[in-house]
Design a protein around this ligand. Structure first.
Ligand code: GLV
Ligand code: MN
Ligand code: MN
Length: 433
């Protein structure tokens, strides 16, 4: 049986696994704390008597044999890494509830027809290498050794080096492709996650059945201003990379606002006149990274790098915003006489979840008497990659005040247990059909 006490004590253990001296949870992908969290999660998988497979990217797949081992597995899981100063629920809810389901089935002596696989994906968060959901990309055959040489963290350490230092094998990344060691893809993929927004917290439904996942387009803009003396350089002779960056940042906000049918907030007065959101699908744009060199009080910023993340459930709407941002950045830099270049990082396709899967998970909520709503996911998830290939479903639980990627992230134990019970039921049903 799904155990609330066991689940809660495991959340507590995970909360203590974090890089010291920083607020919130810090388990950046492949750092010591992430690795320690992974060790702990692997020990829980072993306790649930799963047989473990570790692939060349470090993803861990814990398998419970089915009555008919020739059938494709039902797979479910999530990630254990975090953003800097994040919370203990993003990803953790999904992997701990997946392990709990396996433990519960084992204790109840239930063997499904199809094998079951509980998966811990590595490097879901883009915080360290700029690109997200890398573990699931590797399992879907979409990550190459060249990619690992290209992706580097802010200290210039490549993902390739990081994998090697963990005893993993970027040179044989092809062997992480699920189809390189199985004849068929999983029968289905399921993921439980916190919503990371305010919809459920406001509506008071207990579960969100995800209908689609917005996907990011990401890029770095490298602005090549001129680092000059902050006292001796007159204003008209400057090529200030930071001022150019400031305009570019506002261009991102303005472009996403326009696409979403809302006015850009400039003053309280103008806010009052803000247009109501249009019915078109919203696009969100964020500049989450600003790096300025040399970052000194008495030097005009020269080299400035911006990390831009644009998302929507509508790929065309997102592309239009990306194009608008690029053209605005070009205008800004031309006007200021500053050269720049844009480094594309990713351009992912939003995903629609099949109606059959939404109906299936909704019917399970109804059977359990759980109030639910069908809803979109604004955040990205490993499920995106599976949804392109196999029937894929996601269950959201509310998080307090919709806060996520923040130390204040929180979810109610009873909601976590509800989601774990629904997941168990879905797994049993899928595993027996
Ligand atoms: C994952 O947390 C994301 O950035 O959507
Ligand atoms: Mn996250
Ligand atoms: Mn997540």
């Amino acid at each position: 049986m799904i155990s609330l006490e066991r689940l809660m004590s495991r959340f507590e253990t995970m909360a203590a696994i974090t890089a010291p001296g920083l607020p919130g949870i810090n388990r950046l992908a492949f750092t010591d704390s992430d690795w320690q969290g992974r060790e702990y999660l692997m020990s829980l998988m072993r306790d649930a008597r799963l047989s473990l497979h570790v692939d060349s990217f470090g993803n861990v797949i814990g398998r419970r044999a089915g009555k008919d081992e020739s059938l494709p597995a039902v797979m479910f899981g999530s990630h254990g890494d975090s953003v800097p100063s994040g919370g203990n629920f993003d990803g953790v809810v999904g992997i701990l509830s997946a392990i709990e389901v396996m433990q519960s089935l084992d204790e109840d002596g239930i063997t499904t027809k199809a094998p079951l696989e509980c998966v811990l994906f590595m490097c879901e968060e883009s915080s360290r290498f700029g690109a997200a959901t890398l573990g699931s990309r590797a399992m879907c055959g979409e990550l190459t050794e060249e990619d690992t040489l290209r992706y580097a963290d802010k200290n210039g350490v490549t993902l390739h080096d990081v994998l090697m230092s963990r005893g993993l094998s970027p040179a044989s990344l092809a062997s992480a492709n699920y189809l390189s060691y199985h004849d068929a893809l999983p029968r289905a993929f399921l993921e439980v996650h916190i919503e990371q927004g305010k919809v459920l917290d406001t509506s008071h439904e207990k579960i969100g059945v995800v209908t689609g996942i917005a996907a990011p387009t990401r890029m770095r803009v490298h602005i090549h201003g001129s680092a000059d003396h902050s006292g001796a350089t007159p204003m008209e002779l400057r090529r200030d990379g930071m001022c150019a960056a400031a305009e570019a940042i506002l261009a991102v906000e303005q472009s996403a606002n326009e696409a979403s049918g809302i006015a850009t907030k400039k003053s309280d007065d103008e806010n009052d006149k803000a247009a109501a959101p249009a019915s078109r699908p919203p696009v969100v744009g964020t500049v989450g990274v600003v790096e300025a060199a040399p970052n000194a009080m008495n030097v005009i910023p020269g080299e400035v790098t911006l990390g831009i993340d644009i998302r929507s459930i509508d790929y065309d709407a997102k592309r239009a915003v990306v194009d608008k941002i690029k053209s605005r950045i070009d205008d800004i830099m031309t006007r200021r006489g500053i050269s720049y270049d844009i480094e594309p990082i990713s351009d992912e396709k939003p995903i629609a979840i099949s109606k059959e899967m939404v109906d299936f998970l909704s019917s399970i909520c109804e059977e359990h008497g759980v109030a639910y709503r069908a809803m979109m996911s604004g955040a990205g998830h490993d499920a995106m990659h599976w949804a392109e290939r196999v029937p894929t479903g996601m269950l959201f639980i509310p998080c307090r005040d919709g806060i996520s990627h923040n130390p204040a992230e929180s979810a109610k134990p009873e909601d976590i247990v509800t989601a774990a019970r629904l997941l168990e039921d879905a797994v049993k049903k899928l595993g027996n059909t």
